[in-house]
Design a protein around this ligand. Structure first.
Ligand code: GUN
Length: 281
């Protein structure tokens, strides 16, 4: 039976600390402020954006939403970003992905000033991350590190296997694990004999996006399993990549879905917004 890594509990612990920090900043007339841009009507994006605004409200961070129509042009979005980059009251800017097809995503993400890039998607911040000098760290991977720290798990020297090589999770996760002196293997669609690699891991971070992908035979006895998957099962229920009931019997620690990694991503967004405001001051 694995120990369950409770993302909601760890979120609440961290948000309570941040709430006090925001109160202290406010007492010095410093007001962290997050701007969230959403383009179009993607229902999942709407839920995420609402949750981000709610988290801000809960800990006293100011938030502004900019909701733009689906047919917005790249130039219009860039004009808004320029305005927010130059707005002294804005600490952080987040442009919710995915963007409609006509918008040049890379151009948009590169326009956000690196000091206000609370997602850590700007190439400058990605470069800083690779050099081990990041101030703003990518939210989901940093949330996972925060969870492991909370659980008292020491990454140093561990055989860490990341499944998935996306820019948002897999690649930055590998960087943060290396920063903590983990020995990191990144697996992906073309990996040969994945099971052979994962079954020898001390720590598995699965960011694949397929229900029932991570089966018990892929997990070694006592491994720590971090499930980043956000999928729907055949009944429409939210589930991760792991076959939870099976994997949980072999793992020493595991994150559930929902209630694992998800709550930590927004928590780290709050952390980055506060940090971005502090850098500005
Ligand atoms: N869409 C899904 N995840 C994310 C995220 O972490 N940041 C942004 N901006 N958009 C997303």
């Amino acid at each position: 039976m694995a120990l369950i890594i409770d993302g909601k509990k760890i979120r609440d612990h961290n948000l309570a600390i941040m709430k006090k920090e925001v109160e202290e900043l406010n007492s010095k007339n410093i007001y962290p402020c997050l701007c969230v841009i959403i383009v179009g009507n993607d229902p999942a994006s709407r839920v995420y954006v609402n949750n981000k605004k709610k988290a801000c409200e809960n800990i006293g961070i100011l938030s502004r939403e900019y909701a733009l129509p689906t047919d917005t042009e790249t130039s219009e979005l860039l004009a808004l970003i320029d305005k927010l980059n130059n707005d002294e009251e804005v600490s952080g800017i987040l442009c919710q992905l995915p963007l409609p097809v006509q918008i040049e995503e890379k151009t948009v993400l590169e326009r956000i000033s690196p000091e206000k890039d609370v997602d850590c998607f700007h190439p400058y911040n990605v470069g800083k991350l690779v050099q081990g000098d990041a101030v703003l760290k990518p939210c989901t991977p940093n949330g996972i590190i925060t969870m492991l720290d909370y659980m008292g798990y020491n990454i140093e020297g561990k055989n860490c296997v990341v499944i998935g090589r996306s820019n948002i999770v897999g690649k930055p996760m590998a960087q943060l694990l290396m920063e903590r002196n983990g020995t990191v293997t990144v697996c992906h669609k073309k990996t040969i004999d994945l099971k052979n690699i994962t079954s020898r891991a001390d720590l598995i971070v699965s960011s694949v996006g397929k229900p029932k992908f991570l089966t018990a035979d892929m997990v070694g006895e006592g491994a720590v399993v971090i499930d980043v998957g956000m999928n729907r099962d055949e009944n429409g229920n939210l589930c991760g990549d792991a076959v939870y009931d099976e994997v949980e019997k072999k793992a020493s620690m595991i994150t559930p879905v929902p209630g694992g990694v998800g709550p930590m991503t927004i928590t780290m967004l709050m952390k980055n917004t506060i940090l971005a405001e502090k850098i500005k001051n």
